[in-house]
Design a protein. Structure first.
Length: 221
């Protein structure tokens, strides 16, 4: 009787988790499409702003839903949890940096957001080092994204100490593009179920060139 109850309870939990995953995937899909539209529309145009807002909202919702999933039974995944935090940071910080067009100093919220990323980056670096020392190749992903997150968080604090308005647009482009790269990566790995480290890393490598192109283009404009 007890085992039957436990089995039913486990099945119910799995159904709840599936519902969360479907909702997560739905918002992730909307983010993927709206992000693409935002990229295609002229930067600064009304359509760019509208699709950019839709991308921001849906991407954050999708990432937020993924966080509790990473702690649920049979779905525990520290790496995806930290990547979820990284993704949320990119969207929120990428939008908030535009506020520095009018304000001159960073407030508590700005610093808190970057501090959370810094902590997440340190955890990724520690996990990555531990796994590699134990001959686990998964440590490469932790270190790859950990280094990126660490560098970005340090750049944030440098920016907060000396607000350089010429960096506002490059930061916005870099972070929002980074968030969109995260949605592409999620589509490849989770949606298309492509297995391998390169499917995690390649979108970021290719995306870096895309980010550099747009930053240089906006500087020339």
């Amino acid at each position: 009787m007890v085992s039957l109850f436990q089995k039913n309870q486990t099945n119910l939990m799995e159904q709840i988790i599936k519902i969360f995953i479907y909702i997560h995937a739905f918002f992730g899909g909307v983010a993927l499409l709206s992000g693409l539209a935002s990229v295609l529309f002229t930067k600064g145009s009304p359509n760019h702003k509208k699709t950019g807002k839709l991308f921001s909202y849906t991407m954050v919702i999708s990432a937020l839903i993924s966080l509790p999933i990473c702690w649920m039974p049979n779905h525990e995944n520290n790496f995806l949890f930290l990547i979820g935090i990284f993704t949320i940071y990119l969207v929120i910080s990428g939008n908030r940096v535009l506020l520095f067009k009018k304000k001159k100093t960073a407030n508590f919220t700005d610093k808190l957001i970057s501090t959370i990323l810094f902590i997440a980056s340190v955890l990724m670096l520690l996990f990555g080092s531990y796994f590699l020392l134990n001959n686990n190749s998964g440590g490469i992903l932790y270190l790859f994204f950990g280094i990126i997150a660490f560098v970005i968080s340090i750049r944030d604090f440098q920016f907060f100490r000396n607000i350089d308005k010429s960096k506002i647009l490059p930061f916005h482009i870099g972070k929002m593009s980074g968030a969109y790269i995260a949605s592409i990566t999620a589509f490849l790995v989770a949606g298309m179920r492509l297995v391998g480290i390169m499917y995690w890393i390649l979108p970021s490598v290719i995306g870096t060139f895309f980010i550099m192109y747009w930053i240089r283009k906006t500087k020339k404009a």
